[in-house]
Design a protein around this ligand. Sequence first.
Ligand code: PLP
Ligand code: ZN
Length: 388
Amino acid sequence: MHFSFLAHLECSHCGETYDHLQPQAFCPSCNTPLLARYDLAAARAALDRDELRAAVRGMWRWHALLPVLDPANIVTLGEGDCPLLPLPRLGSALGMERLYVKDESSNPTGTFKARGLAAAVSKAVEVGKKRLIVPSAGNAGGALAAYAARAGLEAAIYLPDDSPDANIIEAGSYGAELHLVDGLISDCAALVRQRAESEPGWWDVSTFKEPYRVEGKKVMGYELAEAFDWTLPDVIVYPTGGGTGLVGMWKAFHELKELGWLKNEAMPRMVAVQAEGCAPVPRAFEQRAGTNQFWEGATTIASGLRVPKSFADRLIMQALYESNGTAIAVSDETLTEGAYDFATCEGIAACPEGGATLAALRVLVDQGWAKPHERVVLFNTGTALKYQ
Ligand SMILES: *Cc1c(COP(=O)(O)O)cnc(C)c1O
Ligand SMILES: [Zn+2]
């Protein structure tokens, strides 16, 4: 049997296909992300979802639906299979009977960025890349630094100089080359582009500028389906920066449908949460726009959400519209309160981005958009300890 059923890469806009045996970045004609496509008909015939359940824990249980072709190329630190926890106290305070959190704080490097970078670094190894470079709002840099060290590759990281201290210390502590930039992640991205163009060998693993970080993050969608016994929750509330997890899970749900693994085909309503100080997605949603406008003067303490415009903006908006979802902006004050309530009511050390999902749910409950009996999953994307 194939280790992976990866078939080709496909432009998410024009549909042009690209060879996955070559390094591929994004579609040069559309300037749009590429997505990995699998031979799901063959996978459907060959795979048994219940055998996957019994495999060794972690993200790579799903290797048949991930892009690495040779198991020797996998670079892992034990990412994935983070718990889905019920939230009985927060739920009853909100009048929600079936409230859960997918708690991603137990990933290596303390955030779910580990999933994406595990996939991207593994695939970079497979196609022969040796020097990896990334702009980061904070946590992606730390994750790249860790996985590059694990693989024996070089890494260069560009961070805003006002990122949380833990992010700055972390990137350097894994031996990566660290650049602190007086600006936002978009300014970091411009410097990364210049460097990658002017010096040979650098492989840019920016969000959606290569096709594999989203593959690592989509596994959160598989894990949710498995935890809910091959059904999907009614609502997923996701703190959205670059949108990797939101787009990835939406992709995963369609793959599961095509594999015939879902007991019913009801799809969740996807909710994108951003901070009021950087809310390009809610603004576009309000205008029913298909793409985002660059958000000027982005500011929020939830550094993972400080992304003025995602490279995958069209895919984010598509997932929201197709799923009958919505987009919500919350203030730094309410997201901080949300993180505090996660900690004091449930013992979960939520990051500010995780706190934002609880703040957003409060709005959705007040609006009657989320109903008491619905199964709602919040995402805590990292540990509070990275924000001290
Ligand atoms: C990067 C990040 C996000 C946003 O993730 P995307 O999938 O890129 O939208 C949310 N929370 C934390 C803690 C992050 O580091
Ligand atoms: Zn294209």
